[in-house]
Design a protein around this ligand. Structure first.
Ligand code: NAP
Ligand code: GLV
Length: 306
């Protein structure tokens, strides 16, 4: 067996070592143009040349959950694309989202401003029942986030493509139910994949259906959000603000208005990082399962786009 690793902007060396340890009999190497044909590839943002040259590949393991960038390449129809399936990401996402929701709900930014000015002052406690959180996308990450929010007793709504039934979550599905889902969600958490159906889905029309004082947490992809529409709705007072981890252009350009906006919190695409040990263990397990002819989790449907 030959495994090749092709990463853009990330060193493949520690991954080569870990995979070689897991498969001592296999040939594991970092890809360079003209490299011999491999059976499986582990990739992050590979160039089209890689796909065009590696015609013998059976499986492409993406070292992230989102495959939007990968599906923009021309891929042979027989090539299996496999995404990371949690691999330590869902607990990070739950931490990030709960932190952002609680920071907003408890007005901790306001307390920071006060205490930095040496001011001892209280804010009126807000009613949790008025802070329903809507989780848009109830997949591997969204479901974990919805469960984590319930621990803090926030009412939780969920929105997905196909109908779901999750304990304690008011579930909505399909575009016809989007207006009701939005109207019922004071805080909106985006955890959908980026597909032709979801690109620009958070725009003037949809974001203005959130209740007055709504708040957006975007942890999925920057291209879900029409950035000017978000800023306009915050500036006209309909939305209270946003916590954004992902952007249409990354790194976020220095002159971008999000950086200095007083009601927008920016983080550098860090809400759920790929953890090498967990990811390697998962990919190794899947290569072994494929070798035994068993089905695996995390296969991407290229038509659906995720
Ligand atoms: P997933 O398991 O594939 O779940 C996707 C969810 O979105 C599913 O519930 C799906 O509905 C729903 N969905 C898809 N298209 C939809 C549509 N048109 N309308 C309504 N719902 C739709 O994905 P995941 O592992 O939870 O990850 C979600 C996304 O998070 C990734 O694609 C990636 O972009 C992003 N992400 C970001 C970071 C970060 O650090 N910021 C880290 C990891 C992932 P069904 O259940 O009906 O299929
Ligand atoms: C990160 O954004 C991922 O998709 O894993």
């Amino acid at each position: 067996m030959h495994i090749t690793i092709c990463f853009t902007g990330l060193s493949p060396d520690p991954w080569v070592q870990s995979l070689q340890q897991a498969f001592p009999q296999a040939q594991v190497s970092a890809w360079s143009p003209g490299a011999p044909a491999a059976d499986h590839a582990i990739v992050w943002a590979p160039p089209q040349t890689f796909i065009d040259e590696q015609v013998g590949l059976q499986t492409l393991f993406n070292i992230g959950a989102g495959v939007d960038a990968l599906l923009r390449l021309r891929l042979p129809p027989t090539l299996k694309v496999v995404r990371l399936d949690d691999a330590g990401m869902s607990v990070q996402m739950a931490e990030y989202v709960c932190h952002a929701v609680i920071r907003h709900f408890r007005e901790f930014d306001g307390y920071d401003t006060d205490t930095q000015a040496g001011k001892w002052s209280y804010r009126k406690p807000r009613s949790r029942s008025e802070f329903a959180v809507g989780v848009m996308g109830l997949g591997v990450l969204g479901e974990r986030v919805a469960k984590a929010l319930q621990v803090f007793e926030f009412p939780v709504n969920g929105y997905s493509r196909s109908p779901k039934n999750l304990a304690g979550v008011r579930c909505f599905s399909g575009p016809q139910s989007l207006p009701d889902f939005l109207a019922a969600s004071r805080v909106l958490v985006n955890l959908m994949p980026l597909t032709p159906e979801t690109e620009n889905i958070l725009n003037k029309d949809t974001l203005s259906q959130l209740p007055q004082g709504g708040y957006l947490i975007n942890v999925a992809r920057g291209k879900h959000v029409v950035e000017e529409d978000l800023i306009a709705l915050i500036d006209n007072g309909h939305l209270a603000g946003a916590t954004l981890d992902v952007f249409r252009t990354e790194p976020l350009p220095a002159a971008h208005p999000f950086w200095a906006h007083p009601k927008i919190t920016v983080t550098p695409h860090t809400s759920a990082r790929t953890l090498r040990e967990e990811s390697v263990a998962q990919i190794v397990g899947k290569i072994q399962a494929l070798g035994r002819g068993e089905p695996i989790q995390g296969l991407v449907d290229p038509v659906r786009g995720y």
